[in-house]
Each structure stands twice: as structure tokens, then as C-alpha cells.
Write a protein that binds this ligand. Structure first.
Ligand SMILES: O=C(O)CCC(=O)C(=O)O
Length: 213
């Protein structure tokens, strides 16, 4: 069955339920295995000294929360090399980008774990290489577990926002002229994820291109 496709703005596309339950289970398992390993979950501390309201895992490259730069090792945390980005994850992102009519060769995936109190402030993803931003190469996200109240705004922080509920198995793409839209997670809706995922909370996997040195 073809995937439904909802264009929120030109280039901002929701793909509800694009992942089967089996695919969701596999992704949860991969993230859990990496997250509980030696180079696992951490809570990033941002420039101002505050802690983010998520646990994070950067695969392929590390996003440094103090410098906003990508690097090989987790210099702002434990100095360990970022775990590689598994092909099984990248291929999901490529498929979702294609379903939205875009192309992506991801070199980084940021995995965020949100508990019931998790959230993420409004921000732009603009730390990737300038040519990928200029080309509108998309960010692709995958949601697993509890539903998120996801906000999408404009190119200025103060622009109006729409709330898009992101449920388990949904894909979301921000590309083209929407690549630099402000976005964030206002709240998690507890106990809304599929019980058979065994996931208390929410995982988001956000794939980008243009992080490599
Ligand atoms: O959790 C989400 O869906 C959004 C994550 C996000 O905005 C990011 O990683 O930059």
C-alpha cells in the first residue's frame, strides 16, 4: 500500500506510519544495543551550562553541544569516538526521503531518548555543511514509542508554529525550502506508544547529510 504523505509546508512532509511494527522493533533494538554499550547514552550540556531534556546518541559523527560542530570524538563528554552509523539505519532514512520526493545520503544520525518529561526547544538544524543546506538536502526523522507534540515554525524563531503529532512509525522530512525551519518537541504524550515495542518514552532518529569532515 502506498504511504500517505502530508505536506505541512512545501518541503515539510509527514509520512504517517511509514515504518511497519517489525521495522520499529528492529530500530528500537539497534538503538538500545548501542545506547547501553560502552559509548552509550549521555545527556548533553549546552553552551550556557544547562542540560538538555533528552538522552542523546550520535552515530557516524558526534555533534558537540558546546561548539555546535560535528567531530569524530565526543570531546564535550567522554572523548570516545562516535559509534558508526549502521547501514540498516541509513537505508530507512534514504527510503523515507525518497517517499517525500527527496534524496539523502546520511552521514550522521542523532538519536534522542525522551522520557515523559522530555522536550526539545525550538531550533534550526544548520550545523551541516553549507552546500547541503543551500541544496535543501533534507533532515529525516523517525519516531518510535510515545507520541511527540512536534512544533514546526518558520525561518524566524518568532514565526507562527503548527503542532504535528508524531506517532510511532511516522517519518518526517524537512527539506527544500523548509530545510531551515525552526522546530522542536513541546511535550511527550506518555503511554501512547505500541506496547509491544517495550519502550517507555520516545526515541527519535534524526538523519542528516553534511556532517562529515
Ligand atoms: O525528536 C525529534 O523529533 C526532533 C529532534 C530534533 O529536532 C533534532 O534532533 O534536531
Amino acid at each position: 500500500m502506498p504511504t500517505a504523505r502530508m505536506e505541512i509546508y512545501p518541503g515539510a512532509v509527514l509520512l504517517p506510519g511509514i515504518l511497519s511494527r517489525g521495522e520499529q522493533r528492529d530500530l528500537v533494538q539497534v538503538c538500545r544495543a548501542i545506547g547501553t554499550g560502552a559509548t552509550g547514552w549521555y545527556v548533553p550540556t549546552v553552551r550556557g551550562g544547562g542540560q538538555m531534556r533528552v538522552r542523546m546518541l550520535c552515530l557516524g559523527r558526534h555533534w558537540n553541544a558546546r561548539t555546535y560542530r560535528y567531530e569524530a570524538c565526543r570531546a564535550d563528554y567522554d572523548g570516545r569516538p562516535a559509534p558508526p552509523l549502521p547501514a540498516a539505519l541509513s537505508s530507512v532514512a534514504v527510503r523515507i526521503a525518497e517517499a517525500a520526493g527527496m534524496g539523502l545520503t546520511p552521514d550522521v544520525c542523532i538519536v534522542n531518548y525522551y522520557d515523559a518529561a522530555g522536550k526539545m526547544g525550538l531550533h534550526q538544524d544548520k550545523d551541516e555543511r553549507q552546500e547541503t543546506l543551500d541544496a535543501g538536502i533534507p533532515i529525516v526523522s523517525v519516531s518510535l514509542g510515545d507520541t511527540a507534540k512536534f512544533l514546526v515554525g518558520g525561518l524566524r524563531r518568532r514565526d507562527p508554529k503548527v503542532m504535528v503529532p508524531l506517532a510511532s512509525g511516522d517519518g518526517f522530512v524537512l527539506g527544500g525550502e523548509s530545510r531551515l525551519r525552526f522546530h522542536g518537541v513541546a511535550a511527550i504524550v506518555p503511554r501512547t506508544g505500541p506496547a509491544d515495542l517495550g519502550l517507555d518514552g520516545r526515541l527519535s532518529l534524526t538523519f542528516r547529510e553534511g556532517a562529515a569532515a
